[in-house]
Design a protein. Structure first.
Lengths: 432, 432
């Protein structure tokens, strides 16, 4: 077997196999460089569809692809499943969890963001967030288990608690989770239960600001709220969660019983951001210039959600499109270096934003190829098309297309599997 | 919501949502009875394809179906996700994990078998077996992780251990696992690694008896061995495993380093078998008469792998076909009781047996619709057809068909996801 002999070619180390990292690696395919893509997980996750795994419309394998498979036809790219734990910027080395290190000529750091519980880390057990396949499977487990436990209790004792689902945070993830829970309960679980009526489950979406989808135009926020309410989601704006316990959410003086609580309220940068040692913003994202470089280090790029870039006074939003474009642009700058050309600034080509609310319900702020704010079924169709198109891999595109055809035409979800523990935090601690 | 009021109709309680339980419930659809199907998991698993989930050809959702969905169009069937923990045969009650109980007029117990480590329960952590979706995902995690850790070590240090996979037990499950590991390493991981050569992984199948597939005709056993060896599996018969440790398997005086050890050597009855209180065989399976009743209890049926039935001196084998037929027959006997007719004995309609070895490799003992012993590609095609046909649910049949088309024509597996822990038992304890 081959030895890890040193290559004479220049080395690009990419940390993080998200949109930015994958795009950068793919864009460097023809370059005379040796790329090492490091990720502590073995797969790239199509995060915009994670909520569909959480609600059992799609399977984990439909939206996750091994990074090795994505790069298997690219001879200049190696994939390393390991954790980066620090940097030696002087020696141009990445320190790995195994204790070994990787030398680089260019370094791209794109490890994204994780949940932030605003100092209440103890809430993480009570209210999981949605960033990984593991998170999605855990949310799926809890949501499905709540219906099963309620049916069990009703069958065995004649009574069961109110099925309240509380989603905290009214950004796109919160909106999508709340809408999808409501769709699942109302549409896809029909005739599945004898003693409970899943369509009577209450879904509450709690947002601290005056409107949900705060980054969207006001009319789309209003439309999203109306569409959510139409499918039975209770939207509470200007509402701050002040505490929680297993089975309960506290909003000021009010106690809301909650069989499943989900967290979509805040994010903070991956710890690697601070470990680089450069100035960060309040979320821990690394403040970089329009070439994505931290001060004094043109050989280092910070891309994707981990980067804080301001262009013409506007901060680039932490979503998928700019992450892909940053990855592509970082590759372009490396190519410029190789060719001895000068570097260009990154500029964000904003095609728009979308958030789904449910079956035939969505909002879309379209900027390209034309400007429009769409709501309802037309926005939903745009969303379907765009998301199938952007999935990596023909197999995944085909399978997801078929799963959606199945789900949305026959009112049946995918395989609603409960795996792992059969305990629901707080179920047995109810005070009734 | 509805109350759990007592039904005037007679009650059938089915424990276990495997082949026998599901078949019995479906066959009673038109009867004036109230069926309660109890399973501690929420899904029916198509066990004959579990090994394909373990090797990432299929996703868990492709071969598992929520029991609720299977029975959703059957108004006389309720599904209860709970654990049966005991019986009160006098009062005709099943005791549940929740402390509640269920009364029955007829009881069908079909909770199957689980792994048996022949008194070495400490081996379970080292060498997982394959009975559930959770088992399959754990085996997938270990097998894929072994390749990732070897690549990591080779990339970072220039060396890695020999990739030995040891499968203990030469029955159908062991044969299928060993063959599938070899196929994955040789065919589906091509171009995925830079520092290791997955096709040089060693796969060892260890069997204590003089031949593998002991329940098959001798020529098929010999053919299976030859087919396995052709794809690189080392078959060791007459070989007893005497011990194991994380990273090692002991065979008498010999120590075999093993990055992943899998257990397919023995099964024992689900504990519910003994809790019924009737005579059992050495595996704990309940000895019942040809009407599937234990002595003196015509209202109780024991079906599937949990049942020990001898008909004309031959014990019915613990595989899928007889389990389905027993479920159907139990339903037939309940119908006879309802109609006031007399009961008939169960007879096993043996259509044959099949075991896959790999892509285009299998053995099939065909009894119906004609008698033949087939090997190789023809047997494999029969296997493909039969298994797609028997999957429950149109969606699963379509998706599995497409996944196979994809895998077997393009030499790519499904989504090879590693989820959960990133530790491999024994990896760091190697003594080299």
């Amino acid at each position: 077997m081959a030895n890890a002999t040193k290559s004479a070619r220049k080395r690009v180390v990419i940390i993080g196999g998200g949109f930015a990292g994958i795009h950068a690696a793919l864009a460097l395919a023809e370059q005379p460089v040796e790329i090492t893509l490091v990720d502590r997980s073995n797969h790239h996750t199509f995060q915009p569809l994670l909520y569909q795994v959480a609600l059992a419309v799609l399977s984990p394998g439909d939206i996750a692809q091994p990074i090795r498979s994505i790069l298997s036809s690219q001879p200049n790219a190696r994939v390393l499943m390991d954790e980066a734990t620090g940097f030696d910027l002087e020696a141009r080395k990445v320190i790995l969890g195994s204790g070994n290190s990787l030398e680089y000529d260019w370094l791209l750091v794109a490890t994204g963001v994780t949940h932030s519980y605003f100092g209440h880390d103890e809430w993480a057990e009570i209210a999981p967030g949605l960033k990984s396949i593991e998170d999605a499977v855990e949310i799926r487990r809890r949501v499905l288990l709540a219906f099963e436990l309620a049916e069990r209790e009703a069958l065995e004792t004649g009574n069961h608690p109110e099925l309240n689902f509380v989603v905290i945070g009214g950004g796109p993830t919160g909106v999508e989770l709340a809408g999808a829970i409501s769709d699942t309960a109302r549409l896809y679980m029909k005739n599945n239960f004898h003693y409970i009526d899943p369509s009577r489950a209450r879904v509450m979406l709690i947002e601290g600001l005056p409107r949900i989808l705060n980054a969207y135009p006001e009319d789309l926020s209003a439309s999203a709220k109306a569409q959510l309410e139409k499918i039975g989601v209770e939207v509470h704006v200007n509402t701050m969660v002040t505490g929680m316990a297993p089975g309960y959410v506290y909003v000021g003086e009010k106690t809301i019983p909650s069989v499943v609580t989900l967290w979509a309220a805040g994010v903070k940068a991956s710890p690697l951001g601070r470990l680089l040692g450069f100035p960060t913003d309040k979320n821990g994202c690394v403040i970089v210039d329009p070439r994505m470089n931290p001060p004094g280090h043109p050989e280092i790029f910070v891309c994707g959600d981990l980067a804080h870039i301001e262009i013409n006074g506007r901060v680039i939003p932490p979503v998928a499109q700019p992450a892909m474009q940053m990855g592509d642009h970082a590759a372009k700058l490396i190519k410029a270096d190789i060719a001895g050309k000068s570097r260009s600034d990154f500029s964000y080509f904003d095609k728009g934003d979308m958030a789904t609310i449910g079956r035939k319900a969505a909002v879309a702020r379209i900027v390209w190829p034309f400007k429009a704010n769409w709501s309802g079924a037309p926005a939903w169709l745009v969303w379907l098309t765009v998301h199938v198109f952007f999935l990596i891999g023909f197999r995944n595109r085909l399978i997801v297309f078929l799963e959606w055809l199945w789900t949305y035409s026959r009112f049946k979800g995918g395989s609603r599997l409960i795996t792992g523990s059969q305990e629901l935090p707080g179920w047995n601690e109810r005070k009734e």
